[in-house]
Write a protein that binds this ligand. Structure first.
Ligand code: GLN
Length: 281
C-alpha cells in the first residue's frame, strides 16, 4: 500500500533526479490533479492510501513530467489573472510575466466607454479574453495566424463564458483592414532564432510559430508596430511584450511610428518587458 505522502516523496525524488526545477511543487500539483483536490488539501490527506487505479495514471504523468513535458500541458490548464485557461500544445503556455502586463493595463489605462480591444497573436487567448472580461462594456477581437491557437482561444472563451470576444484568423492585420481599436495588445514571437539551442526542454513543447521572431527576435515586431499605428483610434494605446535587450529598439520603432507617451515597463525580475505607446488624441 502506498500513501499520498509516500508517493509525494518518491515522485519528488524522481523528478529531482531528472533535473526538474521545483520538483516537490511539481509532484504536489500532479498528485492534486490526480486526486482532484488542491495542493493545500494534500496536507490533510498524507496518510490516505492510493489505489492502483489512481497510481497508474500518476506514474504516467510523472514519467512524462520527468521527460520534460510542461506541467501546464499535463494539468491541462493555467491560472491567469484569477481565471483558469485551458493550455495545450496548440498555443504558447501563458507566462506569469504576461499576467503582469494585463494587470498594469487594467489598472493604469484610461480608456473610453465601451472600449474596443484587439489582441494580435492571441494564442490561448489569455490577454484578449482577460481584457474582454475585465474591461466593462468592451468588445474584444482576438487574432492569430494559427487556426489551432484560435480554436483553443475560442474554447477558452466558451469555458469562461466570455461572449464579448470575436476571433479572426489574420497575419498581423491582414484580416483587419479599416478597423480601429482603443487598445491593441500583442505578445508576438520575440525569441531570437540563435537562442533556440539554449532553451529548456519544456519550451520545445511550445509551438515554434509562437516563439521565434527571426535572427534577433524582432522580425514580426518590426512589421507589427508601423501597421498597428494605422489601427489605433485617436488616443488609442499599444502595448507589447518583448524579450531581454529589445526595449531600446522597440521604443525607437514606436517613436518612428509617431506614437507618444512611449515607455517600457519592467517585469518583476526588473527586465524592461512591456513597451507601451499612444496614438495622438
Ligand atoms: N516568454 C517566452 C519565453 O521566453 C516567449 C514568449 C514569446 O515569444 N512571446 O519562452
Amino acid at each position: 500500500m502506498t500513501t499520498v505522502l509516500e508517493i509525494l516523496d518518491k515522485g519528488t525524488a524522481y523528478l529531482a533526479k531528472k533535473g526538474i526545477e521545483d520538483a516537490r511543487r511539481n509532484m504536489q500539483m500532479l498528485v492534486a490533479h490526480q486526486l482532484d483536490c488542491t495542493r493545500m488539501d494534500l496536507y490533510l490527506r498524507f496518510d490516505q492510501p492510493l489505489e492502483e487505479d489512481q497510481l497508474a495514471p500518476l506514474r504516467d504523468l510523472l514519467k512524462r513530467r520527468g521527460d520534460g513535458v510542461p506541467l501546464q500541458h499535463l494539468l491541462g490548464s493555467v491560472t491567469f489573472h484569477r481565471r483558469d485557461f485551458k493550455s495545450d500544445p496548440r498555443a504558447l503556455i501563458p507566462r506569469p510575466e504576461t499576467e503582469e502586463l494585463v494587470e498594469w493595463l487594467l489598472k493604469n489605462l484610461k480608456l473610453p466607454e465601451n472600449p474596443r480591444a484587439l489582441d494580435i497573436g492571441c494564442g490561448s487567448g489569455v490577454l484578449g479574453l482577460t481584457l474582454a472580461a475585465d474591461l466593462p462594456g468592451s468588445q474584444a477581437v482576438l487574432a492569430d495566424l494559427s487556426p489551432d491557437a484560435l480554436d483553443l482561444a475560442r474554447e477558452n472563451a466558451a469555458l469562461l463564458e466570455i461572449s464579448n470576444a470575436t476571433f479572426v484568423q489574420s497575419d498581423l492585420f491582414s484580416a483587419l483592414a479599416g478597423r480601429t481599436f482603443d487598445l491593441i495588445v500583442a505578445n508576438l514571437p520575440y525569441v531570437p532564432e540563435t537562442d533556440r539551442p539554449t532553451l529548456s526542454k519544456e519550451v520545445s513543447h511550445d509551438p515554434a510559430l509562437a516563439l521565434f521572431g527571426g535572427p534577433d527576435g524582432l522580425d514580426l515586431i518590426r512589421r507589427f508596430v508601423p501597421a498597428a499605428k494605422d489601427h489605433l483610434a485617436p488616443g488609442g494605446w499599444l502595448a507589447l511584450e518583448i524579450g531581454i535587450h529589445q526595449s531600446e529598439e522597440v521604443e525607437s520603432l514606436l517613436r518612428a511610428a509617431s506614437l507618444t507617451d512611449v515607455l517600457t515597463l519592467k517585469d518583476l525580475s526588473g527586465i524592461p518587458r512591456f513597451p507601451v505607446g499612444r496614438n495622438e488624441p
